[in-house]
Write a protein that binds this ligand. Structure first.
Ligand code: ZN
Length: 350
């Protein structure tokens, strides 16, 4: 077996560990699991700042699920770096964190990042690894929906169990996002496409998810507050349906728990988002990237990388503030919610 990995540098992990050092007592840090490959072991870190009240509104950031799209990890690390600075002097930011929590898991798939491949060390695509089955019509030719044929082919779903990285992600979400009165997660990816997309569930079904009214209301706040924003906000299933999405899996699990608690006066909400950064924009300006092994999903030129690292700061800030005003979009009066729901059906599912 080639000892390729032993010599590889891992600047993203170095940056994460430097930020953990910088945050010091401002953050709570845990290693959820270690994953090993070729005698080298990597920690799966989770870094938290803000309220320790389990019910406090909570926002999770996840990156590097697909190793090839390491720009996703970099975007999350860049945001963590901003947080590590603001937390020490910005009084309004400190106030937000008194009543809410931020949870960072910037490097979900370290082996994939070091090996520069989409899957983890076992060849499993973590975003096809959950037991959720896509609803038809399915085509056998569409491998990207998730396949169980071979880890040598892309989009391999795995061996019937959650991979360690997927387990770790689920554990983080269950422990620090699920108990919250309102939580959101943003999982940062990059793919082909000409736009940056904010995707909400479902990925497995073209049916509307239970929160489309609230999501439409949140979109309304965003559109009105940032009229020149450039995001396409839509259900994943508008682009494609896939097997094994981890966010579908967690979202369905949370829904199930909330159903079981009905009548107990518990208020809990959880909405996972996938930020799919469109890389066609980078390709158009630098088409030779298509021929480099991982360039297709990564902006190679330094100035372009910097632009992408700061591109989403308004969005992240907006999402955090929206969690502190849940009565403006999540916990709506019945007739308002019905109106938002009707508008959502019209917009996304007509
Ligand atoms: Zn991805």
């Amino acid at each position: 077996m080639p000892k390729f990995l032993a010599r590889k540098r891992f600047p993203e992990m170095d940056l994460l560990e430097a930020l953990i050092e910088e945050l010091g007592d401002w953050a709570r840090v845990e290693i959820i699991k270690q994953v090993s490959y070729e005698e080298r072991s990597f920690p799966l870190y989770v870094v938290q700042v803000g309220s320790t009240d389990p019910k406090a509104p909570a926002l999770g950031f996840f990156g590097g699920v697909h190793g090839l799209e390491k720009i996703g990890a970099e975007v999350v690390l860049s945001h963590l770096s901003t947080v590590a600075s603001l937390i020490k002097w910005d009084k309004s930011f400190q106030q937000r964190l008194e009543s809410s929590r931020m949870v960072f898991m910037p490097i979900v798939n370290p082996v994939g990042i070091v090996l520069r491949r989409r899957s983890n060390g076992q060849g499993v695509d973590l975003m096809r690894n959950s037991p959720v089955e896509a609803e038809g019509p399915l085509s056998a030719a569409r491998l990207y929906q998730g396949q169980s044929i071979s880890p040598q082919l892309p989009w391999f779903r795995g061996y019937g169990e959650l991979e360690p990285e997927a387990q770790a992600l689920c554990e983080v979400v269950r422990r620090w996002l699920f108990p919250s009165q309102l939580a959101m997660a943003i999982d940062v990816h990059s793919g082909f496409g000409s736009r940056d997309r904010m995707w909400f569930p479902y990925a497995y079904s073209r049916r509307p998810c239970p929160h489309i009214g609230q999501i439409h209301a949140l979109k309304g706040l965003f559109d009105h507050s940032y009229p020149h924003h450039f995001y396409a906000i839509e259900p994943v299933s508008r682009q494609y349906t896939i097997h094994g999405d981890l966010w579908d899996y967690l979202y369905l699990e949370h829904q199930q728990q909330v159903q079981e608690e009905k009548g107990q006066q518990v208020q809990r909400g959880f909405i996972p988002w996938t930020l799919e950064m469109g890389s066609w924009m980078w390709l158009r300006k630098n088409p030779s990237q298509l021929f480099s092994r991982f360039g297709a999903f990564d902006p190679v030129k330094p100035h372009r990388r910097e632009r992408i690292l700061r591109r989403h700061l308004n969005l992240f800030d907006f999402v955090q503030r929206s969690l502190l005003a849940p009565e403006s979009w999540f916990y709506l009066a019945e007739e308002d919610l019905a109106r938002e729901r009707a508008a959502a059906l019209e917009l996304w599912y007509a």
